[in-house]
Design a protein. Structure first.
Length: 80
């Protein structure tokens, strides 16, 4: 990316219609406790792809994720 402050990210070549399915966020389903443990490790290497599914489960896309982990990591997200 040539956007100041942006990392690798992912960009659409074409406009995506509102309400369109883009991709499913996949990864290993872990407990909040395990995610907290892994998060400390990931923070040390500045690379974390943890998604809180609910109050007890987290999807960890670091070891078993797909390209979706690069989407929507923005302070002004434009994708739901």
């Amino acid at each position: 990316s040539n956007i100041p402050g942006a990392g690798w990210g992912a960009f659409a070549y074409n406009e995506i219609d509102k309400g369109s399915f883009v991709v499913e966020y996949v990864g290993e389903l872990v407990s909040q406790r395990e995610a907290d443990r892994r998060g400390r490790v990931y923070d040390r290497r500045a690379s974390s792809y943890l998604f809180n599914l609910n109050t007890t489960q987290v999807v960890d896309a670091c070891p078993k994720g797909n390209m979706s982990r690069f989407l929507n990591h923005s302070d002004s997200a434009n994708c739901e």
